[in-house]
Design a protein around this ligand. Structure first.
Ligand SMILES: [Zn+2]
Length: 628
């Protein structure tokens, strides 16, 4: 990437962190906040329009409506009830969730309100069955200390998590309800002028503060960052769904580059006079009947229309790249894709994609274009096509202003893609089903008195208690396995060092190989360590059992042991096997003495691997040979 001076371009970043709380119930019902992988029920809704009760039509809601999707919800009775289905009003606020939010507010020195009002925040993507998310402002102001600096806190909110997206298809979207209603704390920090690496440090510090409470969920997906990014005081772009810190840093770098690139494009555009009117939109379906492009022919088969937008003086502007891969053509293609339309081509990339010189000439002639002009060609069905054409025209006109305020989604490789326009301001209105909730001084006092040890102190404590090195202590504390680790080490039969490295590295390695960690349940891990502690399986078997379960071959430890041939071997059995091996190789033993062990070990391990540890075999074999 071309180096960018973040300070010079006035990069500003505001973090909004969403952390799931580790409660035994959901925020407004008694359902357990557990992930389901089996769904016993399915029901469908059509997307609600987001006309909020204040009467203004939300631009983002309008945009979603134009995509007219059917929403399917999958539910499991263990993790969802009538509240999640919006067939019953919410129950009382979960007491633990309230307590944890007050604790987090106290840790951030944020001013707690004496009364909490439940508000509805319009949700337009179908991720909530009600069409809104319940959210409560718990406290305001405060600060987070990061490397000696104080970062301002805007607010701490307690809210319900959204349904989990399973699959997003062209006309249907599938969600599961198990995550819907899980308590979340949302912490919004003041925007800071900082380098992407410094923002990563801030996010890390906040994540650690939250984990120090030991009352929040851990692991991927349990903490999510939304990032508001702007450069040179232009439109703020909200990037949703950042799950990892390395990804966060990359995304800020990418957005800074993209936004500054769009500003450079705007500077160039300001010198040209760009106007697009209705007269600049042409239907060329007839003219393109004979076009050999597969994309065009496939579209025509689906009775799509082909339209062209004429943009005077625009030649070279769709493809102009102030930075590699930052260009208006890409921005437009992303908007079009969100209408479920695949084919859009601009004049700077044609002829190509089977659209040849003569096709381009036909367009130029029909539109009366001169060399300085540009055009955009798009194939799609009505009414989607009209929405798409209008959005493209608007995007081209907005391009002279630099960065449009929009919501974008983070991608795994550290880029961002267009998600929807920024929602309007009128997204919140009061929840009428729940009366306001009071916070009494005693609750605030309790929270202040219970501020936990800091993350650093917690790490030092683990290091001492379990005799772990600092790195492993950090890894286990930050991981989703911390509670499990403490549970397993409680009986003092397993070495904490071994338990921590299996939980932190072996399982992660298996996951990197593409295996599914969600199949390996805590009870599987506990059972395996118990077998190990009682000498029933060797150390080497743990990974074999985990691998078998994570690859979906077995659904519990005993089946995994059978299918992988891991079994406990008694000392008697081993005795018998070793005696036979020694007898068969008596001559070798007589000749080499102790030095025969290496060879005999090899023979023995072939027979007993996975059933007993190599060390145990070695000890017994050595003993036998010495006795001889
Ligand atoms: Zn429920």
């Amino acid at each position: 990437m071309t180096e960018i001076d973040f300070e010079k371009i006035g990069l500003k970043v505001g973090l909004e962190i969403h952390q799931q709380l580790n409660t035994s119930k959901k925020l407004f019902c008694k359902c357990k906040p557990v992930d389901s992988d089996e769904y016993t029920e399915k029901f469908s809704r059509s997307l609600r329009t987001g006309k909020s009760e204040l009467g203004e039509l939300d631009p983002a809601a309008l945009f979603e409506k134009t995509k007219s999707k059917k929403i399917n919800y999958y539910a499991n009775s263990q993790s969802s009830c009538l509240v999640e289905k919006d067939e019953e009003p919410p129950h009382d606020l979960d007491h633990d969730a309230k307590k944890i939010s007050l604790l987090i507010s106290s840790m951030l020195e944020s001013k707690i309100f004496s009364e909490i009002h439940v508000m509805r925040k319009t949700v337009i993507d179908g991720s909530n069955t009600t069409g809104f998310q319940r959210t409560m402002l718990v406290s305001q102001g405060g600060n987070l200390k990061v490397n000696g600096k104080k970062i301002g806190v805007q607010a701490v909110c307690l809210e319900e998590d959204a349904a989990k997206l399973l699959k997003d298809e062209q006309n249907e979207r599938n969600y599961s309800l198990d995550r819907l209603g899980v308590p979340l704390v949302e912490i919004a920090l003041e925007p800071v002028s900082a380098k992407p690496s410094e923002v990563k440090e801030i996010a890390l510090a906040l994540g650690r503060l939250l984990r120090a409470t030991r009352m929040v969920k851990r692991g991927i997906g349990s903490i999510r960052q939304d990032v508001n990014i702007s450069v040179m005081n232009s439109g703020v772009v909200e990037v949703k769904g950042v799950q990892q810190l390395d990804q966060l840093e990359k995304i800020i770098c990418y957005e800074a580059k993209r936004q500054y690139g769009l500003i450079l494009i705007a500077e160039k555009l300001k010198k040209l006079s760009i106007t697009i009117t209705k007269e600049d939109i042409f239907d060329i379906t007839e003219i393109f009947k004979a076009c050999e492009s597969k994309i065009i022919q496939n579209a025509l088969k689906l009775k799509a229309k082909i339209k062209v937008i004429r943009v005077r003086n625009f030649s070279g502007m769709f493809g102009f790249e102030p930075y590699p891969a930052i260009r208006l053509g890409k921005e437009i293609a992303q908007i079009v894709r969100f209408f479920g339309i695949g084919g859009v081509f601009h004049s700077d990339e044609l002829p190509n994609y089977g659209i040849n010189d003569s096709d381009v000439d036909k367009v130029k002639k029909h539109l009366e274009l001169v060399d300085e002009d540009g055009f955009l060609l798009i194939a799609g069905e009505d009414p989607k096509l009209d929405y798409a054409v209008n959005s493209i025209v608007k995007r081209i006109q907005d391009a002279t202003n630099g960065v449009p305020a929009e919501t974008r989604a983070a991608t795994q490789d550290g880029e961002t893609v267009f998600l929807r326009p920024r929602p309007g301001a009128s997204r919140m209105y009061p929840e009428t089903d729940i009366p306001s909730i009071s916070v009494i001084p005693a609750e605030v006092k309790l929270a202040r008195e219970n501020i936990p040890k800091s993350w650093d102190e917690s790490i030092a404590e683990i290091q001492k208690k379990y005799a772990l090195n600092p790195q492993l202590s950090e890894q286990i504390f930050d991981s989703e396995y911390m509670e499990l680790f403490e549970k397993i080490c409680k009986n003092k039969k397993n070495s904490p060092n071994f338990v921590a490295s299996i939980l932190c590295s072996s399982i992660t390695n298996l996951e990197r190989q593409g295996l599914d960690t969600t199949l390996l349940k805590p009870e599987h891990i506990i059972e395996s360590f118990e077998l190990l502690a009682s000498g029933k399986i060797p150390k080497e078997s743990l990974e074999i059992i985990f691998e078998n379960i994570m690859s979906g071959k077995s659904e519990n430890v005993s089946i995994a042991m059978q299918s992988t041939d891991v079994s406990s071997m008694s000392e008697d059995e081993l005795n018998g096997i070793l005696d036979k091996i020694i007898q068969k190789n008596m001559e070798l033993v007589k000749k080499l003495g102790d030095n025969a062990i290496t060879t005999l070990m090899g023979i023995a391990m072939k027979q007993v691997r996975g059933k007993i540890s190599g060390q145990a075999v070695n000890v017994l074999l050595r003993k036998k040979i010495q006795e001889l």
